[in-house]
Write a protein of this length. Structure first.
Length: 215
């Protein structure tokens, strides 16, 4: 775990922005190895060298902290996809997603956990930001040589369906407890799925369907 341990109080906008990023970094590092339920705000605050009360000056609850992480991870996904114009589109999308495991893991809990308990204003601002990033991702798909035949509507629908696929594939390929153990048995191997393989297969199917819908 990276330790930040800021001694002085953040007083100016630059220091506050840095403090916010350090909190996000601490949360990201813990979430890489733990489930959402196992991540503790007290531990995140300690990693940064602040009190839990000070953390609440930046994020009013655990959900808002992880929603900020989700935005960062989606921004990283969009940026990653900019560099994959020279390979087939289905492979490019799959690679971009696999290189952003934080986005995939957060997507799996986005609708069932993270979007709970938002105020109307928070929900509106969050979804507006997601909409803007979705449009960027859509435009990159349409600019890809393999995606130029897609309309705005078809490409937008494809992006939404890709996220739905990420959510389902993540849950199917990350079992826990007794299930994770029993599916290792030879007669239950059909349930032992690999995330990257499953995701790429579904993206190819979605992409074919998107072009078929435009005909």
């Amino acid at each position: 775990m990276t330790k930040c341990f800021i001694k002085q109080r953040a007083n100016n906008p630059q220091q506050k922005a840095l403090r916010r990023q350090q909190i996000l970094l601490a949360a990201r590092e813990r979430f890489e190895h733990l489930s959402y339920e196992e991540v503790n705000l007290n531990h995140i605050a300690a990693d940064v060298g602040i009190t839990k009360a000070a953390l609440y000056r930046y994020f009013r609850n655990k959900e808002s902290l992880f929603l900020a992480l989700f935005i960062e991870s989606l921004e990283a996904l969009v940026k990653e996809s900019e560099h994959l114009q020279q390979i087939p589109l289905a492979e490019a999308i799959g690679q971009a997603l696999i290189k952003q495991p934080l986005y995939c893991k957060l997507s799996a809990i986005l609708h069932s956990i993270l979007e709970r308990n938002l105020t109307h204003e928070e929900a509106f601002a969050f979804k507006k930001r997601i909409l803007a990033l979705t449009a960027q991702f859509r435009d990159q798909i349409r600019q890809h040589p393999d995606g130029r035949g897609l309309s705005d509507a078809a490409a937008t629908e494809l992006v939404i369906q890709i996220q739905e696929t990420v959510i389902g594939a993540w849950h199917m390929t990350h079992p826990s407890g007794a299930i994770a153990e029993v599916i290792k048995q030879p007669d239950l191997q059909v349930f032992n799925r690999q995330f990257a393989t499953s995701l790429k297969r579904h993206i190819s199917i979605l992409l074919a369907g998107a072009f078929k819908a435009t005909l």
